[in-house]
Design a protein around this ligand. Structure first.
Ligand code: B1M
Length: 211
């Protein structure tokens, strides 16, 4: 692994926000592509944090500081991912489903979609199904993009689809789902229109859903 990428990885794992920011600047100055910084440094670092949590080496506070360091890093690279003057591709309402507070993956998907020209309306985390229905009435989006990180909350992806159907707005919008425990098969079972395993593929699927 490139030395600066290693420093970014180590900084996120240790939750050292300033180290992460410094290493990102060094990497960018050295010409390391922003995609490598995210895909080889930051995302694998959160995987390592998860492993440490599973092993009992990390507890919630360590996960939280790592998440904050990751978010700080994401804010730093976000402007580099947003492409100016790109034709608007459509409107996407994004959110993490009810009961779920994880937002790093959702934010990453949002940044990448924004960079690809989509207008993003972010409802945040722990979003009840009814709020997505309300957002369809308010914003008339092309896509609702849902994230779920827990095996318990992934069931709420299906509840959003049911709520959209019950409100007779399901055919007005495409439903895109993702998150670590979600699979293509599960997405099909709950009647979603699209599934993506990561943020860059979410962009490709979103584009195909609006084309
Ligand atoms: Co949590 N947590 N957490 N956590 N946490 C996991 C998810 C876990 C796998 C850790 C573990 O045990 N190994 C585990 C879930 C187990 C399970 O359900 N099977 C877990 C647990 C158990 C919990 C709590 C229950 C812990 C507790 O309280 N006992 C609790 C639940 C709180 C709640 O939500 N109600 C909890 C809390 C937290 C923190 C708040 C401390 C913190 C979140 C902070 C935040 O998000 N602001 C946290 C963190 C940081 C993690 C891990 C370590 C990292 C998650 C992350 O940000 N990954 C995570 C372990 C892991 O993932 N290995 C873990 C990086 C991110 C880029 O990846 O979000 O997967 P991810 O997004 C990916 C893809 O999934 C995809 O694209 C992204 C990559 O490009 N994707 C989409 C995501 N959404 C998409 C949507 C799309 C398409 C693709 O279309 C719309």
């Amino acid at each position: 692994m490139d030395e600066t990428i290693q420093q970014i990885f180590d900084g996120v794992v240790a939750g050292k926000r300033n180290d992460v920011l410094a290493a990102i600047h060094t990497a960018l100055d050295a010409g390391v592509p922003v995609e490598n910084i995210i895909n080889e440094g930051m995302i694998p670092a959160m995987g390592e944090v998860g492993r440490r949590f599973e092993n009992g080496d990390y507890y919630i506070p360590e996960m939280l500081v790592a998440a904050r360091a990751m978010q700080a890093g994401m804010s730093e690279v976000k402007p580099l991912l947003s492409t100016a003057n790109i034709k608007e591709a459509g409107t996407v309402v994004v959110g993490t489903v009810a009961g779920d507070l994880h937002d790093i993956g959702k934010n990453l998907v949002s940044v990448m979609l924004e960079g690809a020209g989509f207008k993003i309306i972010d409802l945040g985390t722990d979003v009840p199904a009814e709020k997505f229905v309300q957002a369809v009435h308010e914003h008339n989006p092309d896509i609702i993009a849902l994230s779920a990180l827990l095996t318990t909350t992934m069931l709420n992806l299906g509840r959003v689809q049911e709520a959209l159907q019950a409100a007779n707005v399901r055919d007005q919008v495409k439903l895109l789902v993702g998150g670590a425990p979600v699979t293509d098969r599960f997405a099909k079972e709950i009647g979603a229109d699209g599934y993506a395993p990561d943020a860059s593929r979410a962009v490709a699927v979103a584009k195909s859903l609006v084309s």
